[in-house]
Design a binder for this molecule. Sequence first.
Ligand SMILES: Cc1ncc(COP(=O)(O)O)c(C=O)c1O
Length: 429
Amino acid sequence: MDKSRTRELFERASRVVPGGIHSNIRYMQPFPYIFERGRGARLFDVDGEEYIDCVVNYGALILGHGDRRVTEAAKQQLESGLTCGVESELSIKLAERLNSIIPCAEMVKFSLSGTEAVAHALNIVRGYTGRDKIIKIEGGYNGWSDTVIVNVHPDPSKAGPASSPNKIYETKGVPENAKENTIVIPFNDGEVAEKAIRDNKDKVAALIVEPVVFNSGAIMPKEGYLQHLREATEKNDVLLIFDEVITGFRLAPGGGQEYFDVTPDLATFAKAMANGFPISAVAGRRDIMKVSAPGGGVMYGGVYNGSQVCVAAALATLDAIEDGEVQRRLNESTQYLSKRFAEIVEDRGVEAQLLGLGGQFCVYFTDEDIVDYRSAAKSDRAKSQRFHRNLLDRGIYTYDGYLFHNGICAAHTMQDLDYILQQMSKSLP
Ligand SMILES: Cc1ncc(COP(=O)(O)O)c(C=O)c1O
């Protein structure tokens, strides 16, 4: 493939942008892809190449690129002249919609990104309980704020015992003592979680968990695990936060909490909420959320919170996905990919599995039962990178992080799925 324009632009970008990209996850060797436009399930790069998109805006794209309903709503809102820093009837409508769709959402408040929603949620639970500590899951990503940017993908050889991991930051630049307020536990171990909650109940404000750990690929909760967390937190007067930045609106209209029928105290949403427009939300119990009102004690700020074009895009997205049909099809399509992929690797004698839900999936190059970060990290990193590189060369845009969730959206057709599977088969290492 001739990538001369991409190379040229990347060199230009690198002169003024560190690494040439504005979010480091977008970097790829030897250079990131640079796109000109997107339409439905397709992306078109600056060298005129067409790709079937399997990154889907890191999970934010649920309907497809340039979905007409969302684009029209955003365009119309632009005409009003309102941008950010104001309240409008539209924002109230969106808050009411979230209240009617999401089980835990007695009250909601908007922000801009997933990181912000989580940071706000953590301040809210700390303000409400008067306690500082947060329990998080190893292998989970809850944005890049200080408390939670710990043990996302630590080197397992340095991370100590799985049941009480050493705390390791993902990045420099975070004060070393910030992690004193974080307790890290493995996913899917209800006993360990219950003990951590019980032993620290006087210091812990909340436990935060992605209902499905897509940030280590696609790790499903074991039967009863989320319910166990619900009961253990309730019993010990600790709050439960579901980070639904990926699962929200995707597994079901009401997110993971509807799909798994477990209602947390608070939840955070972003990504699929507006089909890629930047808006996020904290939602939860009225008594807890009320601390974020003026005079409630917890500061809640943000000029861009509830930016009007994004609010309009969110309402149009919810119109399109509220009846659950899109989610039903995405869940079915993911099952189809998983089943067909299993046949392919069985036939080819390759140790690999495709796990996923709601259109998000991960190919693990191991036969290990994937239940937590440590088992997921057994996936063969070199094989995974070769596989994704081969897919990219074959016109399937995927991200090559070995524990990364790739995905599909409502615009992918059955024909697209079969084509992706065909290319996956040819790309196996
Ligand atoms: C579960 C989860 N929480 C929080 C975030 C942070 O969201 P953002 O990148 O919008 O800050 C992400 C982003 O990938 C996420 O997957």
